[in-house]
Design a protein around this ligand. Structure first.
Ligand SMILES: [Zn+2]
Ligand SMILES: [Zn+2]
Length: 283
């Protein structure tokens, strides 16, 4: 009798666990869990015992990554390996690879996952994700530039998970993204031919984990990038200026700041160039 009760309770618990897992159709929740466990596995396998303590601390809390004098808001770039001041610039070091799954990881990578998005025209490009030693050097105190410059091809900013933002063009001479969009994976990113993974559109992994109105990263001019919602209202291109931003108070900037918003229509992240003077990115 006692044994049967125990068994009943055990199976009830496992049923509940199973249900809550299968009911929550929240793939980000699952991804989150699996990426945590993967980093734990990596920590314990690859690091010596003394280092493993440090590494696991830095994955849960990156306060030791963000050095003295760097504004608090930069702690949100959770994938950075180091963030520090260099004169009037903030330098953000990342490896550029996403912390979410992708069909662009090699098949034996922990984060490999075949395409499971909703685009029936998905067409995987031949590139695969590589890691780099990116240094994004951006102004500490961004200001409006007196003469604005266009965004270049390649990285125009960095998101919270260390992935680069790219502009609204697929190539030189303002080639539209139309065809490239079909190669975007289930998290709306893809690698270019050198293996640099990037987002031209809303990084859906970040907006579903951090919120539709969250700070998602920074462009090279040092101005922050926010998601497609604000105060529960969807932002459209009409709410933004020609550079794809506007100024007001945000939770991260109580004194107000110019900031970009990502919208679901072209030009998505940035419009006619940087609002401020862009810093640099090196690899
Ligand atoms: Zn691209
Ligand atoms: Zn805003």
């Amino acid at each position: 009798m006692k044994f049967t009760n125990k068994l009943l309770i055990l199976s009830l618990i496992s049923l509940l666990t199973y249900c809550s897992k299968s009911d929550s159709n929240d793939e980000d929740q699952i991804d989150n869990n699996s990426s945590t466990s993967i980093s734990e596995v990596i920590d314990s396998n690859e690091e010596s015992s003394s280092n493993s303590q440090e590494t696991s601390e830095s994955t849960t809390n990156n306060s030791n990554v963000v050095e003295e004098g760097v504004p608090e808001v930069f702690k949100k770039i959770y994938a950075a390996s180091r963030i520090y001041l260099d004169g009037n610039n903030v330098v953000i070091e990342v490896d550029g690879a996403p912390d979410h799954k992708s069909p662009y990881y090699s098949r034996n990578h922990e984060l490999y996952e075949p395409y499971n998005g909703s685009n029936t025209n998905f067409n995987q490009n031949p590139n695969s994700i590589k890691t780099f030693d990116f240094k994004f050097k951006i102004p500490l105190n961004p200001k409006e530039a007196s003469s604005k410059v266009s965004t270049q091809l390649g990285s125009i900013g960095v998101s919270l998970n260390g992935v680069a933002f790219y502009n609204q063009y697929a190539g030189p001479n303002n080639q539209p993204l139309t065809n490239e969009i079909n190669s975007f994976d289930q998290y709306a990113g893809h690698p270019q031919n050198q293996g640099v993974y990037h987002y031209h559109l809303e990084p859906t992994y970040l907006t579903s984990n951090k919120g539709q109105d969250a700070l998602l990263g920074f462009l090279l001019d040092g101005f922050p990038v926010y998601g497609p919602f604000e105060n529960n209202v969807k932002i459209t291109n009409e709410n933004l200026d020609e550079y794809h931003g506007h100024s007001h108070i945000t939770p991260d900037y109580p004194d107000g700041i110019y900031h970009y918003h990502i919208t679901d229509t072209d030009p998505y992240i940035n419009g006619n160039g940087y609002y401020g003077s862009p810093g640099t990115v090196s690899q």
